[in-house]
Write a protein that binds this ligand. Structure first.
Ligand code: ADP
Ligand code: MG
Length: 453
């Protein structure tokens, strides 16, 4: 019943809204009451305020009128409350004073070293807001303003080059701007692992522990790289607990939803979801164009509107690539002394765009998917309905939708003359499988990589 409601809501909301507010909810039905559990008060308030009437409607519909009431509480069905109690967090000076003493001189050095990890250019000011990143930005901003008390941990997830690292630095920079004495540590998870190994080798693990357990904000990027590294996970687990309990801020990022990070211990995965989890999506055209203009003005270049739209339209999925294209344009213009016009841009970017175009033929997708699953390319077009063929075919359709600009009817046509509703069904099916089945997600990502590299 709840699954049905969720499924329907998923169709009604943007994926960012869905992932942030609905996905973290757990549900239990007691007689005529639907009991919803939210990971924290923030999610609870928001969900209740924005979705309660619709939830009630849907639940009543799907339970044939049995459910007539919804209750909301913080915590999980099976685990007790995960929220820190709402009393104000200890002020930062007190937190530092109560933190294990770090040798003074070394401690000062370390502070500087920790802070130096932040890129001063990655701020909220330089972050262009759009529909695709609005929630992630708003949540990060709140965390930057009220570290340790807004929501903890903040978990940002999304694809490559969409601004996760930028936002994490922005949080760190903001915390430091309002309190220059705050101890902020930004690290990529691989760096955390490397530092831990180094500390172990040099018998300095206690110092390592003290350092990271006494920060006011710990920002760990790309936590999927903790996968399979048990000793690091163990250490991080204790660091997490120490910071969480003393209400110091934790911000994490990953390329996927916490529950889907494979190779991660369950206790970490569940902790990652204790606070607020927000997704960041590929930008829409308007946001891409706005980002191009903003980056251009940082480079001191005036970018004509038609060029911005041209680049934005051609490079859709990754802001890092968008920046790469812009940098190439600017370098080329400076080198040749020519103004950046549309023709100039088409010429300067032709290799880059040709490489992009290579990936967008449906035929190429069909061939690659067939090879990947060891099927014949003709299976992609055939009427065979056995699962071992139908599923890869659905994956290929979803990839065609994601990677090409063809319409649903065109895609259906290219898949042996299928109806556009079949394609729509396939894309929805794969989207939901990618969220629920780690194997499908992995296959999909592998294929994306093969097709786009
Ligand atoms: P991720 O960590 O998600 O892979 P990054 O944060 O490294 O992505 O972003 C890649 C590049 O795109 C960075 O240079 C970043 O400044 C830029 N970028 C991403 N999103 C935005 C945005 N909304 N506004 C401005 N620049 C952005
Ligand atoms: Mg990153």
């Amino acid at each position: 019943m709840w699954e049905k409601c969720v499924k329907q809501l998923k169709g009604e909301l943007t994926s960012a809204e869905y992932n942030t507010w609905i996905l973290p909810l757990q549900a239990r039905i007691d007689a005529d009451v639907l009991r919803l559990f939210a990971p924290n008060r923030f999610v609870l308030d928001w969900t209740r305020q924005h979705y309660e009437p619709r939830l009630l409607e849907l639940c009543s519909l799907h339970s044939e009128g049995q459910v007539s009431r919804i209750t909301f509480s913080v915590g999980g069905i099976d685990q007790s409350v995960a929220e820190p109690d709402p009393t104000p967090a200890p002020s930062r000076p007190r937190a530092s004073a109560s933190a294990p003493a770090v040798a003074t001189a070394g401690g000062d050095d370390r502070d500087r070293q920790l802070s130096a990890n932040l890129n001063p250019d990655f701020t909220f000011d330089s972050f262009v807001e759009g529909k695709s990143n609005q929630l992630a930005r708003a949540a990060s901003f709140q965390v930057g303003q009220n570290p340790g008390t807004a929501y903890n941990p903040l978990f940002i997830y999304g694809g490559v080059g969409l601004g996760k690292t930028h936002l994490m630095h922005a949080v760190g920079n903001m915390v430091l701007a309002s309190n220059p004495n705050a101890r902020v540590a930004y690290l990529h998870s691989e760096r955390f692992v490397a530092e831990m190994i180094k500390a172990l080798q040099h018998n300095r693990i206690d110092e390592f522990k003290r350092t990271y357990r006494s920060v006011n904000a710990l920002l760990i990027d790309d936590v999927q790289f903790f996968a399979g590294k048990e000793r690091s996970q163990e250490e991080f687990f204790h660091t997490f607990n120490a910071l969480f309990e003393s209400r110091q801020q934790i911000v994490l990022s990953s390329d996927r939803f916490p529950k889907e990070v494979v190779g991660l211990e369950e206790r970490l995965r569940s902790r990652f979801g204790w606070g607020l989890t927000v997704s960041i999506e590929p930008p829409d055209l308007e946001t891409s164009v706005a980002i191009l203009h903003s980056k251009a003005s940082l480079l001191g270049v005036d970018l004509p509107e038609d060029v911005a739209f041209f680049v934005g339209r051609r490079i859709r999925s990754n802001i890092r690539e968008l920046e790469g294209a812009l940098r190439r344009l600017v370098a080329n213009a400076q080198f040749t002394g020519k103004p950046i016009t549309l023709d100039f841009a088409k010429h300067a970017l032709r290799d880059m765009l040709a490489a992009q175009d290579k990936q967008v033929s449906i035929e190429n997708i069909q061939k690659t998917v067939a090879e990947y699953f060891k099927l014949r390319a003709s299976d992609m077009l055939s009427a065979k309905r056995s699962r071992s063929i139908a599923r890869p075919r659905q994956i290929a359709m979803a990839l065609a939708k994601d990677l090409t600009k063809h319409s649903l009817p065109e895609i259906g046509n290219a898949f042996g003359g299928r109806d556009h509703t079949t394609v729509l069904h396939a894309t929805r099916k794969i989207k939901s499988l990618r969220e629920s089945d780690a194997g499908v997600e992995e296959d999909y990502r592998n294929l994306l990589r093969i097709l786009t590299s």
